[in-house]
Design a protein around this ligand. Sequence first.
Ligand SMILES: [Ca+2]
Length: 228
Amino acid sequence: MNRRISLLSAAIAATVLSAASMSAFSADFRTAQNPVQGEYIVVLKNDAARIASEARPNALVSTIARQMAASHRMNVTQSFDHAVRGFAVKADDAALVRLLADPRVAYVEENGVMSINATQSPATWGLDRVDQRALPLNNSYVYNRTAAGVHAYIIDTGVLGTHSQFTGRMGNGFDAVGGGTTDCNGHGTHAPALSAAPPGAWPRASRSIRCACWAAPVPAPPRASSRA
Ligand SMILES: [Ca+2]
């Protein structure tokens, strides 16, 4: 209760709160990290309305939402009859106070702006190494660029150009030693897979791969020294 009151006190003007007793609030109030002013998500108690999959005599959430919008003088922007027993509204502070006092409401949450996390952690060694110059590795890969227009040049044992994960993004290879550009070892296909094959590719939008090939089978580079 104390947390609910403190959050609400910060969010609503004191002049509005003075019109209602804090003890009259039956619903919880939840804040968002980056709130959208005046927009809220209202979640109802189980017995206040039914969602579409329930066989009960109660009215649907969308029906209750319209009734509550009229009585509390707010605008419903979206109703949820399936995934959650609630709806989204635009409301001023006075309407928010009325919502929180409505016994049908379980909680009201601020609508908020969210963004995806562009950091992958843990990351495999290849991804971990490519986003930092200095060692030691930090076990994460930050992909905060699209890399549009980037070409990755792979100098290795050739590439299996017919691999489905490279479709449409494979450029012409260069054969420096004779024998063709098709992978003659296996390591040469593994390397461009790190740079351009989803889902672990870097940068995330690499467009094409070009390769060099050694004709004769060669051992894979010693991994311990290549990671130093
Ligand atoms: Ca890293």
